[in-house]
Write a protein that binds this ligand. Structure first.
Ligand SMILES: NC(=O)c1ccc[n+]([C@@H]2O[C@H](COP(=O)([O-])OP(=O)(O)OC[C@H]3O[C@@H](n4cnc5c(N)ncnc54)[C@H](O)[C@@H]3O)[C@@H](O)[C@H]2O)c1
Length: 306
Protein backbone atom coordinates (compact mmCIF):
# COMPACT_ATOMS: atom_id res chain seq x y z
CA UNK A 1 0.00 0.00 0.00
CA UNK A 2 2.89 2.34 -0.68
CA UNK A 3 2.73 2.99 -4.36
CA UNK A 4 3.38 6.22 -6.24
CA UNK A 5 0.90 7.76 -8.68
CA UNK A 6 2.10 10.18 -11.34
CA UNK A 7 -0.71 12.28 -12.85
CA UNK A 8 0.05 14.03 -16.14
CA UNK A 9 2.65 11.30 -16.74
CA UNK A 10 2.72 11.56 -20.54
CA UNK A 11 4.06 15.13 -20.53
CA UNK A 12 7.55 16.58 -20.67
CA UNK A 13 8.41 16.00 -17.00
CA UNK A 14 6.20 12.95 -16.41
CA UNK A 15 7.80 10.86 -19.16
CA UNK A 16 11.22 11.08 -17.52
CA UNK A 17 10.05 11.16 -13.93
CA UNK A 18 8.12 7.87 -14.31
CA UNK A 19 11.14 6.21 -15.89
CA UNK A 20 13.45 7.33 -13.07
CA UNK A 21 10.99 6.44 -10.29
CA UNK A 22 10.45 2.99 -11.80
CA UNK A 23 14.20 2.43 -12.08
CA UNK A 24 14.55 3.22 -8.37
CA UNK A 25 11.44 1.59 -6.91
CA UNK A 26 10.36 -1.09 -9.36
CA UNK A 27 7.95 -0.82 -12.29
CA UNK A 28 4.90 -2.09 -10.38
CA UNK A 29 5.36 0.49 -7.63
CA UNK A 30 4.86 3.47 -9.93
CA UNK A 31 1.48 3.99 -11.59
CA UNK A 32 1.39 6.37 -14.55
CA UNK A 33 -1.78 8.23 -15.55
CA UNK A 34 -2.76 10.85 -18.06
CA UNK A 35 -5.78 11.99 -20.03
CA UNK A 36 -4.03 10.58 -23.12
CA UNK A 37 -2.14 7.36 -22.50
CA UNK A 38 -0.81 6.31 -25.87
CA UNK A 39 2.81 6.85 -24.85
CA UNK A 40 2.54 5.36 -21.36
CA UNK A 41 3.91 1.99 -20.33
CA UNK A 42 1.92 -0.21 -17.93
CA UNK A 43 0.95 -0.03 -15.14
CA UNK A 44 -1.00 2.99 -16.32
CA UNK A 45 -4.48 4.47 -16.39
CA UNK A 46 -6.35 6.81 -18.66
CA UNK A 47 -7.44 9.41 -16.15
CA UNK A 48 -9.08 12.80 -16.35
CA UNK A 49 -7.59 14.43 -13.26
CA UNK A 50 -10.50 16.89 -13.03
CA UNK A 51 -12.78 13.98 -12.07
CA UNK A 52 -12.45 13.53 -8.28
CA UNK A 53 -14.22 10.14 -8.21
CA UNK A 54 -11.92 8.64 -10.83
CA UNK A 55 -8.81 9.92 -9.06
CA UNK A 56 -10.06 8.59 -5.72
CA UNK A 57 -10.83 5.16 -7.23
CA UNK A 58 -7.31 4.73 -8.59
CA UNK A 59 -5.74 5.93 -5.33
CA UNK A 60 -7.74 3.37 -3.37
CA UNK A 61 -7.50 0.49 -5.82
CA UNK A 62 -3.73 0.79 -6.22
CA UNK A 63 -2.87 1.61 -2.60
CA UNK A 64 -1.27 4.94 -3.45
CA UNK A 65 0.64 6.77 -0.72
CA UNK A 66 2.31 9.53 -2.73
CA UNK A 67 1.25 11.53 -5.76
CA UNK A 68 3.26 13.58 -8.23
CA UNK A 69 0.63 15.86 -9.74
CA UNK A 70 2.00 17.28 -12.99
CA UNK A 71 -1.20 18.35 -14.74
CA UNK A 72 -1.30 21.98 -15.85
CA UNK A 73 -1.95 24.20 -18.79
CA UNK A 74 1.38 25.98 -19.26
CA UNK A 75 2.12 29.69 -19.68
CA UNK A 76 1.87 30.34 -23.42
CA UNK A 77 -1.04 27.94 -24.01
CA UNK A 78 -2.80 29.31 -20.93
CA UNK A 79 -2.80 32.86 -22.34
CA UNK A 80 -4.95 31.64 -25.22
CA UNK A 81 -7.54 30.29 -22.78
CA UNK A 82 -6.89 32.01 -19.43
CA UNK A 83 -10.06 30.89 -17.66
CA UNK A 84 -9.57 27.29 -18.78
CA UNK A 85 -5.95 27.35 -17.56
CA UNK A 86 -7.03 28.63 -14.14
CA UNK A 87 -9.82 26.03 -13.88
CA UNK A 88 -7.61 23.08 -14.87
CA UNK A 89 -4.63 24.11 -12.76
CA UNK A 90 -6.64 24.79 -9.60
CA UNK A 91 -9.15 21.96 -9.86
CA UNK A 92 -6.54 19.27 -10.34
CA UNK A 93 -4.58 20.64 -7.37
CA UNK A 94 -7.55 20.74 -4.97
CA UNK A 95 -8.62 17.18 -5.79
CA UNK A 96 -5.23 15.89 -4.65
CA UNK A 97 -4.99 18.24 -1.66
CA UNK A 98 -8.42 17.08 -0.46
CA UNK A 99 -7.53 13.39 -0.79
CA UNK A 100 -4.45 14.07 1.34
CA UNK A 101 -6.52 16.02 3.86
CA UNK A 102 -8.75 12.93 4.22
CA UNK A 103 -5.63 10.85 4.86
CA UNK A 104 -5.93 8.86 1.61
CA UNK A 105 -2.53 10.11 0.39
CA UNK A 106 0.54 10.69 2.56
CA UNK A 107 2.70 12.96 0.41
CA UNK A 108 2.26 15.23 -2.62
CA UNK A 109 4.65 16.75 -5.15
CA UNK A 110 3.18 19.66 -7.10
CA UNK A 111 5.41 21.79 -9.29
CA UNK A 112 5.13 25.55 -9.35
CA UNK A 113 7.06 27.77 -11.74
CA UNK A 114 9.11 30.92 -12.18
CA UNK A 115 5.84 32.23 -13.68
CA UNK A 116 4.87 33.24 -10.11
CA UNK A 117 7.24 36.19 -10.57
CA UNK A 118 6.25 39.32 -12.45
CA UNK A 119 7.53 42.71 -13.56
CA UNK A 120 7.78 43.95 -9.96
CA UNK A 121 10.04 41.04 -8.94
CA UNK A 122 13.84 41.40 -8.83
CA UNK A 123 15.10 40.67 -12.31
CA UNK A 124 18.50 39.35 -11.22
CA UNK A 125 18.59 36.66 -8.54
CA UNK A 126 14.86 36.88 -7.76
CA UNK A 127 14.66 35.94 -4.07
CA UNK A 128 12.47 33.32 -2.41
CA UNK A 129 10.55 36.03 -0.60
CA UNK A 130 9.94 39.19 -2.59
CA UNK A 131 7.42 40.92 -4.78
CA UNK A 132 5.35 38.52 -6.85
CA UNK A 133 2.76 39.95 -9.20
CA UNK A 134 2.41 37.44 -12.05
CA UNK A 135 0.81 38.72 -15.25
CA UNK A 136 -0.30 35.39 -16.79
CA UNK A 137 -3.23 33.17 -15.90
CA UNK A 138 -0.71 30.34 -15.46
CA UNK A 139 1.41 32.42 -13.05
CA UNK A 140 -1.63 33.52 -11.07
CA UNK A 141 -2.77 29.90 -10.75
CA UNK A 142 0.68 28.79 -9.61
CA UNK A 143 0.97 31.55 -7.01
CA UNK A 144 -2.53 30.88 -5.67
CA UNK A 145 -1.80 27.15 -5.73
CA UNK A 146 1.39 27.63 -3.70
CA UNK A 147 -0.52 29.50 -1.03
CA UNK A 148 -3.19 26.79 -0.90
CA UNK A 149 -0.45 24.19 -0.50
CA UNK A 150 0.87 26.09 2.48
CA UNK A 151 -2.68 26.48 3.83
CA UNK A 152 -3.32 22.72 3.65
CA UNK A 153 0.01 22.07 5.35
CA UNK A 154 -0.61 24.56 8.16
CA UNK A 155 -4.27 23.77 8.78
CA UNK A 156 -4.57 20.07 7.91
CA UNK A 157 -0.99 18.78 8.16
CA UNK A 158 -0.86 17.82 4.48
CA UNK A 159 2.72 16.89 3.49
CA UNK A 160 2.99 18.87 0.28
CA UNK A 161 6.32 19.65 -1.39
CA UNK A 162 6.88 22.00 -4.27
CA UNK A 163 9.51 23.53 -6.53
CA UNK A 164 9.38 26.66 -8.67
CA UNK A 165 10.84 25.13 -11.82
CA UNK A 166 12.62 27.31 -14.36
CA UNK A 167 12.28 26.47 -18.08
CA UNK A 168 13.08 22.79 -18.59
CA UNK A 169 15.16 21.42 -21.45
CA UNK A 170 14.74 17.81 -22.56
CA UNK A 171 14.76 15.61 -25.66
CA UNK A 172 12.38 12.69 -24.99
CA UNK A 173 9.15 14.62 -25.60
CA UNK A 174 8.29 17.92 -27.19
CA UNK A 175 7.48 20.71 -24.71
CA UNK A 176 3.89 21.39 -23.68
CA UNK A 177 3.22 25.06 -24.59
CA UNK A 178 5.51 27.12 -22.38
CA UNK A 179 7.47 30.33 -22.92
CA UNK A 180 10.85 28.58 -22.83
CA UNK A 181 9.97 26.02 -25.54
CA UNK A 182 12.30 27.80 -28.01
CA UNK A 183 15.27 26.33 -26.15
CA UNK A 184 14.16 22.82 -27.14
CA UNK A 185 12.85 23.62 -30.62
CA UNK A 186 16.23 25.05 -31.67
CA UNK A 187 17.87 21.62 -31.27
CA UNK A 188 15.28 20.03 -33.57
CA UNK A 189 15.88 22.74 -36.20
CA UNK A 190 19.63 22.18 -35.92
CA UNK A 191 19.26 18.44 -36.45
CA UNK A 192 17.03 18.95 -39.48
CA UNK A 193 19.42 21.51 -40.95
CA UNK A 194 16.73 24.20 -40.88
CA UNK A 195 17.10 27.87 -40.00
CA UNK A 196 15.72 28.47 -36.51
CA UNK A 197 13.24 31.30 -36.03
CA UNK A 198 13.22 32.24 -32.36
CA UNK A 199 9.98 33.55 -30.87
CA UNK A 200 12.05 35.33 -28.20
CA UNK A 201 14.53 38.10 -28.94
CA UNK A 202 18.30 37.43 -28.83
CA UNK A 203 18.93 39.06 -25.44
CA UNK A 204 16.02 37.52 -23.51
CA UNK A 205 17.69 35.91 -20.51
CA UNK A 206 15.71 33.28 -18.58
CA UNK A 207 16.43 30.73 -15.84
CA UNK A 208 16.67 27.19 -17.25
CA UNK A 209 17.41 23.64 -16.12
CA UNK A 210 18.18 20.30 -17.75
CA UNK A 211 15.51 17.63 -17.21
CA UNK A 212 17.87 15.19 -15.50
CA UNK A 213 18.43 17.82 -12.78
CA UNK A 214 14.70 18.64 -12.61
CA UNK A 215 13.71 15.00 -12.05
CA UNK A 216 16.45 14.49 -9.49
CA UNK A 217 15.30 17.62 -7.62
CA UNK A 218 11.70 16.40 -7.39
CA UNK A 219 12.72 12.98 -6.05
CA UNK A 220 15.29 14.47 -3.66
CA UNK A 221 12.70 16.86 -2.25
CA UNK A 222 10.15 14.07 -1.84
CA UNK A 223 12.68 11.81 -0.11
CA UNK A 224 13.95 14.53 2.27
CA UNK A 225 13.02 14.28 5.96
CA UNK A 226 9.95 16.35 6.68
CA UNK A 227 11.84 18.57 9.17
CA UNK A 228 14.17 19.67 6.39
CA UNK A 229 11.31 21.17 4.40
CA UNK A 230 10.99 24.68 5.79
CA UNK A 231 9.03 26.16 2.89
CA UNK A 232 5.57 24.80 2.15
CA UNK A 233 4.62 27.22 -0.58
CA UNK A 234 7.29 26.35 -3.15
CA UNK A 235 11.09 26.44 -3.30
CA UNK A 236 12.97 28.64 -5.78
CA UNK A 237 15.14 26.29 -7.84
CA UNK A 238 17.90 27.32 -10.23
CA UNK A 239 20.59 25.84 -12.44
CA UNK A 240 21.63 27.99 -15.41
CA UNK A 241 20.43 31.10 -17.22
CA UNK A 242 21.07 32.08 -20.82
CA UNK A 243 19.72 34.04 -23.79
CA UNK A 244 18.68 32.67 -27.21
CA UNK A 245 21.86 34.21 -28.69
CA UNK A 246 24.08 32.47 -26.12
CA UNK A 247 22.33 29.12 -26.65
CA UNK A 248 22.68 29.51 -30.43
CA UNK A 249 26.44 30.11 -30.11
CA UNK A 250 26.85 27.00 -27.98
CA UNK A 251 24.84 24.81 -30.39
CA UNK A 252 26.80 26.21 -33.35
CA UNK A 253 29.90 24.51 -31.98
CA UNK A 254 28.22 21.24 -33.06
CA UNK A 255 26.23 22.57 -36.04
CA UNK A 256 28.43 25.32 -37.60
CA UNK A 257 25.90 25.84 -40.42
CA UNK A 258 22.97 26.59 -38.10
CA UNK A 259 21.27 29.92 -38.80
CA UNK A 260 18.97 31.87 -36.54
CA UNK A 261 16.57 34.77 -37.00
CA UNK A 262 14.35 36.42 -34.43
CA UNK A 263 10.62 37.02 -34.71
CA UNK A 264 9.31 37.71 -31.19
CA UNK A 265 5.61 37.02 -30.63
CA UNK A 266 3.29 37.31 -27.61
CA UNK A 267 5.53 34.98 -25.65
CA UNK A 268 8.11 37.77 -25.56
CA UNK A 269 5.80 39.73 -23.22
CA UNK A 270 5.58 36.76 -20.88
CA UNK A 271 9.35 36.25 -20.93
CA UNK A 272 9.93 39.95 -20.26
CA UNK A 273 7.78 39.73 -17.13
CA UNK A 274 9.93 36.92 -15.67
CA UNK A 275 13.30 37.27 -13.90
CA UNK A 276 16.62 36.72 -15.67
CA UNK A 277 17.83 34.54 -12.82
CA UNK A 278 16.64 33.07 -9.51
CA UNK A 279 18.18 32.86 -6.06
CA UNK A 280 17.67 29.30 -4.81
CA UNK A 281 19.79 29.44 -1.65
CA UNK A 282 16.93 28.12 0.54
CA UNK A 283 16.68 24.90 -1.48
CA UNK A 284 20.46 24.49 -1.32
CA UNK A 285 20.55 25.05 2.44
CA UNK A 286 17.39 23.23 3.51
CA UNK A 287 17.54 19.97 1.55
CA UNK A 288 20.90 20.05 -0.21
CA UNK A 289 19.91 20.97 -3.76
CA UNK A 290 22.80 21.14 -6.21
CA UNK A 291 22.45 21.24 -9.98
CA UNK A 292 24.82 19.21 -12.17
CA UNK A 293 24.22 20.39 -15.73
CA UNK A 294 25.70 23.68 -16.94
CA UNK A 295 24.99 25.10 -20.40
CA UNK A 296 27.88 23.23 -22.08
CA UNK A 297 26.93 19.83 -20.65
CA UNK A 298 23.27 20.38 -21.44
CA UNK A 299 23.89 21.31 -25.07
CA UNK A 300 26.23 18.33 -25.56
CA UNK A 301 23.65 15.90 -24.17
CA UNK A 302 20.83 17.43 -26.23
CA UNK A 303 22.89 17.30 -29.44
CA UNK A 304 23.72 13.63 -28.77
CA UNK A 305 20.10 12.66 -28.20
CA UNK A 306 17.72 14.85 -30.22
N1 LIG B 1 8.19 22.07 -18.58
C1 LIG B 1 8.58 23.18 -17.98
O1 LIG B 1 9.46 23.90 -18.48
C2 LIG B 1 7.96 23.56 -16.66
C3 LIG B 1 8.49 24.67 -15.98
C4 LIG B 1 7.91 25.06 -14.78
C5 LIG B 1 6.88 24.30 -14.24
N2 LIG B 1 6.39 23.21 -14.90
C6 LIG B 1 5.27 22.48 -14.31
O2 LIG B 1 5.50 21.10 -14.30
C7 LIG B 1 4.27 20.40 -14.52
C8 LIG B 1 4.43 19.46 -15.72
O3 LIG B 1 4.88 20.21 -16.82
P1 LIG B 1 5.15 19.53 -18.23
O4 LIG B 1 6.08 20.42 -18.96
O5 LIG B 1 5.46 18.10 -18.08
O6 LIG B 1 3.71 19.72 -18.91
P2 LIG B 1 3.11 18.97 -20.19
O7 LIG B 1 2.10 19.88 -20.78
O8 LIG B 1 4.20 18.44 -21.05
O9 LIG B 1 2.39 17.73 -19.49
C9 LIG B 1 1.19 17.83 -18.81
C10 LIG B 1 0.43 16.53 -18.96
O10 LIG B 1 -0.84 16.67 -18.32
C11 LIG B 1 -1.80 15.98 -19.10
N3 LIG B 1 -3.13 16.47 -18.81
C12 LIG B 1 -3.71 17.63 -19.20
N4 LIG B 1 -4.97 17.72 -18.73
C13 LIG B 1 -5.18 16.60 -18.01
C14 LIG B 1 -6.28 16.10 -17.27
N5 LIG B 1 -7.43 16.77 -17.18
N6 LIG B 1 -6.14 14.91 -16.64
C15 LIG B 1 -4.98 14.19 -16.74
N7 LIG B 1 -3.92 14.60 -17.43
C16 LIG B 1 -4.02 15.79 -18.05
C17 LIG B 1 -1.38 16.24 -20.54
O11 LIG B 1 -1.94 15.26 -21.41
C18 LIG B 1 0.13 16.19 -20.44
O12 LIG B 1 0.63 14.89 -20.74
C19 LIG B 1 3.20 21.47 -14.71
O13 LIG B 1 2.55 21.69 -13.48
C20 LIG B 1 3.99 22.69 -15.09
O14 LIG B 1 3.33 23.85 -14.68
C21 LIG B 1 6.91 22.84 -16.10
Amino acid sequence: MNKTLVIGAAGQIGTELVEELRARRGVDQVIASDIQIKNLLTPCYELDATDPDKVRKIVQKEGISEVYNLVAMLSAKGEKEPQKAWDLNMKTLFIILDLAREGKIKKIFWPSSIAVFGPSSNSVGAPQYGSMEPTTSYGISKLAGELWCQYYFQNYGVDIRSIRYPGLISWRTMPGGGTTDYAIEIFHSARRGKEFISFLGPETRLPMMYMEDAVRAAIQLMEADSEMIKIRTSYNLAAVDFTPAELFEEIRKFYPGLKISYDPDLRQNIADSWPDSINDSHARQDWGWNHQFDLKMMVKDMVNNV
